[in-house]
Design a protein around this ligand. Structure first.
Ligand code: SF4
Length: 629
């Protein structure tokens, strides 16, 4: 079978139990499924045994870099990892930018499938097609940054890229993430714990191969034109200047962030202003930088020079970090948010999945359900930076109360009981970052996401952007996309963004470079032009959006095989229905009857069964996946 253009051509398989390495061609699977997450999801579905716990060594942990990753297409940098979800028992995935994905392809690999469990700590060293499993006993217990430093000192290759886990992954905390390229985080679903369960501390990669594209001249010219175009767009200028943190103020103004474990939806002005002002003044920003091939450069080197957190050198603190630490835990000092975010990076903790059980514990303490005797003597007050830092350390090391919190808020609430389940905010078992009451389409996307509780599988940011009816019709096929209170047309928006997000998972382009972030950014047609020139397969935006559907169905099939998720799993936490929002939409909450109708509309649009919330055999055939019937 001839080697397709743009892809690297090989799947690397590593069985850590047997310390066996094998390499096979990607082409046969690429001929059947979309590259990147298409093949990844298929491998996960086929090779995850039934009835095993997520941390069972037999389960695979599968890395991929999408079709355009490593080429000149703007922002084509994403690396995604799939596994059985530690928090939900269903489909799990996490994605990161940086440079690891491109380097993996330069080494000749589109996927790494890791199975088994090494008999002691190891790391995998990939030097082009030479792959070695190396003992890493001396790295076990070290933070991600210490690990990276030690590996860089020992491996003398100029293009070396690394990913690693910290103590959180070693100790199998459900909030453990994988840190990529120093500060990028492949977060959610406990991917770091799965890596830890295999005794795998890190992966090092460097490559020297090229990625041939079908039409080199046309592709270079189109990529450069798109890079130049993006550079001139307002959304890019804003992201480059302030990073994604720029949206914190607007979101808080709209009363749509989680505050004190979702007890409110807007931070008080005196608490939020400090954060918003520091962002606007770029107080802690040294300079902007970007992931591989990115003209947007939404990341910043951050440095705190004075005060109790002086010496902190963070990178890419995002709007969501301000929801997680600022809103959810009540911290109003932006320097403290940067410091705690950096601590999470070093410990290998995912900010959202780590802060949620802490928020649950703080609320339990507030309500007298947890006493100081049960918190290792810690006074669990909202906004106490030192205590929150200590709790993060305890979670990563499963120390004292950290052991209770390390498996996520739902597991903690089940262990504690005392009615604390009401304060565990999760979807399908995965901890939540997203406030769901105010923006109905946003809430729907988070509720139905297959990996549980995420806005990156269909969350329509468009709901927050006033669009005229003509543009809304042209882009999304609905006359209005902007009315937070309305349930109308929100199902259509969610389906559109699910397809777009899945398309981007196929090609490995950053969401921020697309319509998701602004109507002037790239849409499916622009991505399809780059894809066609690179691969030599002529596709329209609609064609690629249709391929995106296969990604969703593969995830759905995994959940149908490994969980009992049905319609009931698509309802938001009770708090979103029982307690009203604060801020400009004060009192807004999700209405049960309206939610029922919204779910019906969503299932109807997809042609799924309303009662079970599941696709029918005809649906699988219609999207080109008859083998899943
Ligand atoms: S927009 Fe930001 S996150 Fe996306 S590729 Fe560029 S620097 Fe990375």
């Amino acid at each position: 079978m001839p080697q397709p253009f743009a892809i690297a051509g090989h799947i690397l398989r590593i069985d850590l139990t047997r310390r066996a390495v094998s390499i096979e061609p990607t082409a046969p699977l690429n001929a059947r499924f979309p590259a990147g997450m298409g093949v990844n999801n298929w491998l996960l579905l086929e090779e995850t045994p039934l009835g095993k716990e997520p941390l069972d060594p037999e389960n695979p942990l599968i890395f991929t870099a999408g079709t355009l990753v490593g080429t000149m297409a703007p922002t084509a940098c994403r690396m995604t990892v799939s596994c059985k979800n530690v928090l939900t028992g269903g489909f799990g995935s996490a994605s990161a930018g940086g440079n690891f994905g491109p380097e993996l392809k330069y080494a000749g690999f589109d996927h790494i499938v890791v199975t088994g469990r090494a008999d002691g700590p190891v790391y995998i060293d990939i030097d082009d097609q030479a792959v070695t499993i190396v003992d890493a006993g001396e790295l076990w217990g070290q933070t991600t940054w210490e690990t990276e430093q030690a590996l860089r000192a020992g491996i003398d290759r100029p293009t070396l890229e690394l990913l690693s886990i910290g103590p959180a992954g070693e100790n199998l905390a459900a909030a453990a993430c994988i840190i990529v390229s120093h500060t990028r985080s492949a977060s959610r679903c406990g991917v770091g714990a799965v890596m830890g369960s295999k005794n795998l501390k890190a992966i090092a990669v460097s490559g020297s191969r090229t990625l041939p594209v079908a039409d080199p001249q046309g592709f270079v010219s189109e990529s450069l034109a798109m890079q130049r175009y993006l550079l001139g767009v307002d959304t890019t200028r804003n992201l480059r200047k302030f990073g994604t943190s720029t949206s914190f103020e607007a979101w808080n103004h709209l009363g749509s962030i989680p505050v004190r474990n979702f007890q409110a939806t807007q931070m008080a002005a005196d608490e939020a202003d400090g954060i918003a002002t520091a962002v606007k003044e770029k107080r802690y920003i040294d300079k902007a930088f970007g992931c591989f091939g990115c003209p947007i450069m939404c990341s910043q080197y951050q440095r705190v020079k004075t005060g109790p957190h002086a010496g902190t050198r963070g990178e890419k603190v995002e709007s969501q970090d301000y929801w997680d630490f600022g809103g959810k835990l009540g911290i109003s000092d932006p320097a403290a948010v940067i410091a705690l975010s950096e601590l999470c990076t070093r410990l290998g903790l995912d900010n959202t999945n780590a802060t949620n059980p802490i928020a649950w514990a703080l609320e339990c303490f507030q309500r007298g359900l947890l006493t100081p005797e049960e918190t290792d003597g810690l006074d669990l007050e909202w906004g106490n930076v030192e205590v929150i830092g200590e709790l993060l350390e305890k979670i990563a090391h499963r120390d004292g109360i950290g052991d209770l919190l390390a498996d996520g808020s739902l597991a903690a609430a089940k262990r504690l009981g005392r009615g604390s389940e009401s304060f565990a905010l999760h979807m399908k078992g995965q901890d939540l970052a997203e406030e769901m009451r105010v923006f109905k389409g946003w809430g729907l996307a988070v509720a139905v996401a297959e990996r549980g509780g995420t806005h990156t599988q269909g969350g329509p940011l468009t709901e927050r952007m006033p669009l005229d009816a003509e543009l809304s019709m042209q882009r999304f096929g609905v006359p209005t996309a902007f009315d937070p209170a309305s349930y109308e047309h929100k199902a259509e928006l969610v389906v559109y963004y699910q397809r777009l997000h899945n398309l981007l998972e196929i090609v490995g382009i950053c969401f921020y470079a697309t319509y998701w972030c602004g109507m002037q950014m790239m849409g499916p047609d622009e991505v399809a032009r780059l894809y066609s020139l690179a691969t030599g397969k002529t596709k329209t935006g609609d064609d690629l959006m249709a391929e995106g559907e296969q990604i969703l169905y593969l995830q759905k099939a995994f959940n149908m095989r490994h969980t009992d998720f049905d319609r009931a799993a698509d309802y938001p936490p009770d708090r979103m229905m029982r307690e009203g929002a604060s801020g400009p939409h004060a009192g807004a909450r999700l209405d049960r009857a309206d939610w029922d109708q919204l779910l019906d509309q969503y299932y109807d649009l997809r042609g799924w069964d309303r009662v079970s919330g599941r696709p029918t055999p005809e649906n699988f055939r219609a999207v080109g996946l008859p083998e899943l019937v």
